[in-house]
Design a protein around this ligand. Structure first.
Ligand code: ADP
Ligand code: ADP
Ligand code: MG
Length: 456
């Protein structure tokens, strides 16, 4: 049994993990950078340890300082949250090497699945459909061009170790290939430390559908249905919903079966998510597996009634899953809006500052996961997501209406946010009908620009 956990993260996800630990009677230790000394996750944990200066490399990515803090405070496990060290196999190995439990899958699985090109090979072996593409890393431009011609344009060049929507370039014709290849490799090198890229067929206007999975160390795997994460800006999710109301039952079932098959094939043993792209003809393809808790996990918790972090902690401690698939009933509809501190009018550029006044909406079916408070100063060093607004209602339309009311009530004064932008999306016809795909964001922005042009 795990008795004390160090949370190697910050912001809303650290707060969210601490809350579940408290419910489970588990003691918590937060870590923080000097820029985060007043952060909420520091205040609500049982103990807190400063691990370095503001830059992530010096603190939230500083493996030895984090592990030392865990050992000194007598923790028996480390929860990595998402981002930062959550999908770093070296960190997971170090944690285990120091006699601590890593709250995530075994390091071998993280390593295999974290490399997208490697993960594709494994899925092909497992008999799961993958996006047509290259079998190996692309060595140079000539090899890439040859492959792209075989795959047929458009193609997408992707960083093998990519994440957070970065390191990707769409190429529509051969003349553009070289520039795109060079841009993708240098972005990959800068963001992820190596320049490995591979090529996939670019699927036009797909839906991004993902399956939430929970596996234990005894071979049991269950799922918590699907999420539709097609509302994306530059390959980064902004709004997610569960379930996907456009998905036909036979396709849903087939995706779920494939996700479970993949999970069993790789010996997966924690919570995780398999991401698929669904094309216009109803064909779907494996895209990647995220071997961690995801930003949008609350919507699956709402429709299934399962606390995913609680399950993650239990299976990490070696407990058998006591939840049975047949006991998990899907109920209602949930939507999440990611509220970012950013300036929508200046191309969504991150925008920090001090929160002078905060009003959080509430009421039946509203959940807010955040780490901000009145008087809080948003440090400029980290991700701009400051709050997740989640609405839950019996039907999709009721859920949309509830979200609009909550967005109207939410006040974050002092910093620029995308609250109003979300409000506009939730009034858009295509969104309300649920007929949007990953290309919708661009169309929506164009529509907005035309409308404001008319108003002027
Ligand atoms: P999710 O699939 O959970 O929605 P995201 O792609 O939005 O994940 O990423 C979750 C968080 O982790 C974001 O804050 C993102 O910026 C960050 N992130 C994801 N992958 C990486 C990575 N490889 N390196 C740095 N940050 C990352
Ligand atoms: P990340 O690790 O950054 O989350 P993913 O491989 O999950 O990267 O891709 C993120 C997003 O990029 C997808 O949700 C999708 O919108 C887009 N994308 C990725 N690969 C393709 C593809 N082959 N065709 C079309 N869109 C893609
Ligand atoms: Mg992804």
């Amino acid at each position: 049994m795990i008795k004390k956990i160090l949370i190697a993260n910050r912001g809303e996800i650290a707060v969210r993990i601490i809350r579940t630990c408290k419910e489970m009677g588990i003691k918590t230790v937060s870590v923080y950078s000097t820029a985060d000394k007043d952060a909420l996750h520091v205040q609500i944990a049982d103990e807190a340890v400063c691990i370095g200066s503001p830059k992530a490399m010096d603190s939230y990515l500083n493996m030895s300082n984090i592990i030392e803090a865990a050992c000194q405070t007598g923790c028996d496990a480390i929860h990595p949250g998402f981002g930062f060290l959550s999908e770093n196999p070296r960190f997971a190995r170090l944690v285990i090497g120091c006699g601590l439990i890593f709250i995530g899958p075994n390091p071998e699985t993280i390593e295999k699945l974290g490399n997208k090109s490697e993960a594709r090979k494994i899925m092909i072996e497992a008999g799961v459909p993958v996006v047509p593409g290259s079998k190996e890393i692309i060595k140079d431009v000539d090899e890439g061009k040859k492959l792209a011609n075989d795959i047929t344009y458009p193609v997408i060049i992707k960083a093998s170790n990519g994440g957070g929507g970065r390191g990707m370039r769409i190429v529509r014709k051969e003349e553009e290939f070289e520039d795109a290849f060079n841009a993708a490799t240098s972005e990959a090198k800068a963001c992820f430390g190596d320049s490995d890229v591979y090529i996939e067929k670019y699927i036009e206007k797909p839906k991004h559908i993902e399956i939430q999975l929970i596996a234990d160390k005894h071979g049991n795997v269950i799922h918590l249905f699907e999420r539709d994460c097609s509302f994306q800006r530059r390959n980064q999710k902004l709004i997610e919903e569960a379930p996907c109301h456009m998905l036909k039952d036979d396709i849903r079932q087939s995706m779920i079966n494939d996700a479970i098959k993949a999970c069993k094939y790789v010996g997966y043993d924690s919570v995780g998510t398999i991401e698929f792209l669904l094309d216009k003809s109803g064909k779907y393809y494996f895209m990647e597996m995220n071997t961690r808790i995801q930003v949008e996990h609350p919507i699956s918790e709402m429709i299934s009634g399962v606390d995913i972090v609680k399950q993650q902690i239990k299976v990490a401690g070696g407990q058998k899953l006591t939840l049975k698939q047949e006991d998990i009933k899907q109920n209602g509809y949930a939507i999440e809006c990611r509220i970012n501190a950013e300036d929508v009018e200046r191309n969504f550029a991150p925008s920090g500052g001090k929160i002078n006044f905060l009003h959080i909406p509430g009421g039946r079916g509203i959940r807010v996961d955040s780490a901000v408070y009145t008087g809080y100063e948003i440090p400029p060093f980290y991700d701009s997501m400051i709050l997740k607004l989640i609405a839950f209602a019996p039907t999709r339309l009721e859920c949309i209406k509830k979200m609009r009311v909550a967005l109207e009530e939410l006040i974050i004064d002092g910093v620029k946010t995308n609250i109003e932008f979300h409000y506009l999306v939730l009034h858009n016809k295509t969104f309300i009908e649920g007929k949007y795909d990953t290309g919708f964001f661009e169309e929506f922005i164009k529509e907005l620009e035309e409308q404001s042009g008319e108003l002027i």
